[in-house]
Design a protein around this ligand. Sequence first.
Ligand code: DOR
Ligand code: ZN
Length: 336
Amino acid sequence: MQLVLNRPLDMHVHLRQEEMLQNVTPFTAQQFAGAVCMPNTLPPVDSVERYDAYVAKIKAAAAPYEFDPYVPLFFHEGLTREELAPARERLFGVKLYPAGVTTNSEAGVAEMSKIEPVLDVLQDLDLPLLVHGETNGYSHDREREFMSVYDHFARTFPKLRITMEHITTVEAAEFLEKHDNVFATATLHHLLYTMDDMLGGPFNPFLFCKPIIKSPKDREAIQSLVIQGHPKLMFGSDSAPHTEVMKRTEGAAGCFTSPVLLPGLAQFFEDHDILDQLQSFVSDRALEIYGVNPPERSVVLERKEWTVPPRYGSVVPVNAGETMRWAVVDPEVESA
Ligand code: DOR
Ligand code: ZN
């Protein structure tokens, strides 16, 4: 049995830089025709010049796959109309990180009340705002506490498209109904797991990420959006590789899911008897919401078991050692 996906997209992934970029990009480029590649590199992708350089590097790392990287600029108060307007046609959007809430976000926004002039420019240029919506509060409540910020932005800038990235809570799921200009992405790991999978038994550092995996009730809210086929919810994996050493010794936050994404999604959709909706979740809605035009590629999945390796180089994937029911059929590998 095969499943064909047309132009699948991962609307939130971390491809990193240098050696890690070379190692992880093929997993994304194999399975997706395009992806939103996050700008929280060191230094961040915070100018048009750095944007052009990063897009070129990703494309080179993705070859021979035809793959479109959509890189949102790292939000900072110094972004100006003069810099953004001439590049508008090739830019994708801007990604806002509150300062210090996650990996490489130190250069993010410390004071939300100061950024409205930049939001005004984004609204004018019709550049979408992607947001890591968490406060610096208690881990489990950070996303809930951020809802008032989303609300303020959505009301003040009604024409600005705002995406709540990697939503994890009942409150975020409900918030999608509140404003026409608010959208969201959801990850595979927040769809599948709860806090207990990470620390209910022996601690599994490979499920530690920001926002933290939450309660069964929260997971159910995200699952129910996916199952009902919510038109404002897109797939965004938030696959965020760190070396095994960083995960085990430094407590680095991020789940490396790239190698298992389409197989894991097919499994979830099959389990809920909604395989026919997978195309919409991994592509159609993002095409509509963002108006992107990725390469005309189909990706084929086959119902065939395979075992996820314990590690890929220095990185341990989510589901390491587990058996997956669906596999990606890769024409590049088949013809090699
Ligand atoms: O767990 C996470 N890891 N969440 C993020 O928002 C960033 C990411 C990373 O870059 O490692
Ligand atoms: Zn992320």
